[in-house]
Ligand binder design. Sequence first.
Ligand code: FES
Length: 132
Amino acid sequence: MEKPHKGRRKLIKTLVLAMVSLPVLGKFLIPRIQRKNGIFRVKKADVPGNGALVFREKKIAVIKDGKNVYALNLTCTHLGCTVNTTPKGFACPCHGSVFNALGEVVQGPADRLLARVAIEEQNDDILIMTTS
Ligand code: FES
C-alpha cells in the first residue's frame, strides 16, 4: 500500500508539471495568426492623405488611399526581411522584391502579397491589432 505523503508528492509534481508545460504547449497549439500581441491606436489625422504612417519597430504601415485606410505588415513574404517604403510602395532590401502600395507583388522573388493587419476605425482613431 502506498503511503499517503507519496500520493500527495505525486499530485504536487503533476500539478507543477502541468503549470509549467501548459503555456509552452499553448504556444504551439494556438495558431499564430489568432494570437493578438496587442492593440495600438493612431489618430486618423496623423496618417498622411495618400501616404503611409510607418511603425518600423512594429513592422506595420498604416496607409490612406483616398478615403480607404488599411494597414500592412512590413515583413517580406519571401524570407521575412523588413521592407522599406518607396514612393510607389515597398521594396525589400534583402533580395529585391518590390510591392505596390496595396502590398501586391510587383517583382519577385516574393510570390505572396504583404499581409494585411486588422484595423478598426473608431471616431478619430484607428485601432491596429498586432499579432505575434
Ligand atoms: S526576404 Fe524579401 S526578397 Fe527575400
